[in-house]
Design a protein around this ligand. Structure first.
Ligand SMILES: Cc1cc2nc3c(=O)[nH]c(=O)nc-3n(C[C@H](O)[C@H](O)[C@H](O)COP(=O)(O)OP(=O)(O)OC[C@H]3O[C@@H](n4cnc5c(N)ncnc54)[C@H](O)[C@@H]3O)c2cc1C
Length: 584
């Protein structure tokens, strides 16, 4: 995957996609797989915005029963199956447990009915080759069993619990990247750090875009028959960049965030807890006046969320504040006192923006359904489609619908979408547990089991591409090329230098080195933040230690010819993300 920004202007594409989050990445993959010529532009790095801030759940959509939306429940179940099929290394089953109280809406009887409907509607959820991915039917457990599993949950009125199986992403960052890589494999041209700043148009027709290479300021015009705007929270901003009759803009957004707790509160299960709220979901058939939060185990830590708050400022300035974190901790401690969470427990915050219908005291009314807008129909502006997603889980499905519309607009002969069945980059795995067992036999001796396991989960069947770079002496460390890193810390450097910690030297530095080279040479990593947060095993919680980050910086500096000033700037950017996210 090579970044050739100027080359992008050499062709006229069937479709140009703006925004490389999960919605843009899925659209690029679907369109390229159907034989359309595709360009994808992302102003930051792929998946850097909302798509890397999720609770990491691929939802089967049990919640939609609350709205009586059986259609959405059905298609969410199908999407969950599709994700496990096409990305078996990145999407894995996880049981979720919800406590039951009394005999009304939160009671055993209501949950029993919900699980029954869910089981019936998801009758074919296990149509997969890989039996490791089979999801058992949901079931009700008694109070005694519930308290054995989750001591400390509010016992007043507790009658038991409901277990329902959903899926969790090992890494949402690599999942987005897998779609991008797959699209490129099918012929798409893509660039990160490529910002669209103007829609090119003639009369009422959009003809392409003007884009800026944010790494050097160069600008190009890129022509396309249809432009698809998948910029999530920036959707309206992009729509305002046209000089023809401006399409209508009317999306409000809310701030949503999760926090990562640096200990595993509950192993093996995600636990739902009810917190008090005055907010009533006006779209729900039955509303409980309470909010269901989840504590989900993730990489030996606990992901906790999701909080929703109104927001009407610049999407580029969206931050989670100290006050918001503290208020969330209070809410969780109130509902689940056993957790006893304090500020120091929070090691990362994941915040993003989601489309909002309205807000009133007590809560935010989220937009429930995705929108695909053909601006020809809505505003008389041809050659432009806008897509607003509301769930990561639905992105593949929405991409399929978008490309169906695109094909119709182009009047093109094209085959049907193949994306539910075609493995993504790294996803050519028949049985995941067999794959793990077989590949472990090939583990390089000096790589630890943990590091090798992360490699297999992150890169799936494509991991040998990373191993190609292991032990090759690309750049022997030179003493004059050490980087000074975070103030007051020992100077780190590329492998072979003497000041890495013993733990690190004796561990997996050669594998990490290989991942960094692979990220730069094969996956378009342009900045240190790309390597640290979205390409390599450094992106996994707890791995962003000074010595690892420093080594990655030294390798990137050498490979990309950064001087000391640039290297320091890259390190500061990593530090900024970490401090904004409160890594302890
Ligand atoms: C806290 C939180 C938790 C969530 N949890 C879940 C969950 O567990 N499961 C689930 O299914 N969903 C979840 N969601 C919802 C899900 O994350 C979103 O629906 C999804 O990520 C939206 O993806 P997107 O591609 O539309 O937006 P984004 O990921 O924001 O992508 C839009 C991209 O467009 C780029 N862009 C903007 N302007 C330009 C421009 N001018 N030129 C080029 N590029 C541009 C941006 O840089 C950005 O990368 C959660 C959301 C949040 C915020």
């Amino acid at each position: 995957m090579k970044r050739e920004f100027h080359q992008l202007a050499a062709s006229t594409y069937d479709v140009l996609i703006i925004g490389g989050g999960i919605y843009g990445a899925c659209a690029a993959w679907d369109a390229a797989l159907r034989g359309l010529s595709v360009a994808l532009l992302e102003k930051g790095d792929f998946g850097q915005a909302t798509s890397s801030n999720t609770l990491r759940v691929i939802h089967g959509g049990l919640r939609y029963l609350q709205h009586g939306d059986l259609g959405r429940l059905r298609h969410s179940i199908q999407e969950r199956t599709a994700f496990m099929r096409i990305a078996p290394h990145l999407v894995h089953p996880l049981p979720f447990v919800i406590p039951t109280y009394g005999h009304a809406l939160r009671g055993r009887e209501a949950l029993f009915m919900a699980l029954l409907i869910n089981n019936v509607i998801g009758f074919d959820r296990n149509r997969l080759q890989d039996c490791q991915k089979y999801l058992p039917s949901g079931r009700i457990i008694r109070k005694k069993e519930f308290l054995r599993l989750f001591p400390g949950v509010e016992e007043t009125g507790l009658t038991g619990g409901a277990i329902v199986y959903d899926c969790q992403m090992f890494s949402s960052e690599r999942l987005v990247l897998s779609f991008v890589r797959s699209a490129v494999g099918a012929g798409a041209r893509v660039a990160n750090y490529a910002e669209v700043f103007e829609l090119l148009s003639k009369g009422d027709r959009v003809l392409g875009v003007k884009a800026r290479n944010l790494l050097n300021g160069c600008e190009v015009e890129i022509r396309a028959k249809v432009v698809v705007n998948t910029t999530g929270p920036w959707l309206d901003r992009v729509l305002s960049q046209g000089d023809s009759r401006s399409p209508t803009r009317n999306t409000a957004f809310s701030k949503a965030f999760n926090i990562l707790i640096n200990r595993q509160l509950i192993p093996r299960y995600a636990l739902g807890i009810y917190t008090r709220t005055r907010f009533k979901d006006r779209d729900a058939l039955l509303s409980k006046g309470s909010r269901l939060l989840f504590l989900a185990p993730w990489h030996n830590r606990t992901l906790l969320g999701t909080v929703h708050l109104p927001y009407d400022c610049d999407p580029d300035q969206c931050r989670v504040t100290e006050e918001e974190i503290q208020s969330f901790l209070n809410e969780v401690n109130d509902a689940y006192p056993t957790a006893q969470l304090v500020r120091q427990d929070v090691c990362f915050t994941y915040g993003g923006l989601l489309p909002m219908g309205s807000h009133a005291q007590g809560g935010v009314q989220l937009v429930k359904h995705y929108r695909i807008r053909d601006h020809k129909k809505d505003d008389g502006v041809d050659g432009l489609i806008s897509v607003m997603g509301v769930k990561f889980t639905e992105a593949r499905h929405v991409a399929e619908k978008t490309v169906d519309l695109l094909v119709a607009k182009l009047g093109a002969m094209s085959r049907k979408s193949q994306t539910t069945m075609t493995p993504l980059y790294g996803g050519k795995i028949e049985q995941f547990s067999t794959f793990l067992a077989e590949e472990f036999r090939k583990k390089p001796q000096h790589v630890s089991r943990d590091a090798f396991q992360s490699l297999l989960y992150l890169y799936g069947s494509a991991y040998p591409e990373v191993l190609k770079y292991i032990d090759s002496d690309f750049y022997p460390c030179q003493s004059d090329h050490r980087v000074s890193i975070f103030k007051g810390q020992p100077k780190p450097s590329a492998e072979g230098c003497s000041d890495l910690s013993d733990e690190f030297r004796s561990g997996d530095s050669s594998l990490l080195r290989a991942e960094v080279f692979h990220g730069i040479r094969e996956e378009m990593a342009q900045k240190l933040t790309d390597v640290v947060f979205r390409r390599t095993s450094l992106s996994l919680p707890g791995n962003q230690k000074n010595e690892f980050v420093g080594m990655a910086a030294a390798l990137m500096a050498k490979e990309l010819d950064w001087d000391d000033v640039r290297t320091q700037r890259e390190l500061s950017e990593v530090e900024t993300v970490l401090s904004a996210s409160n890594v302890s």
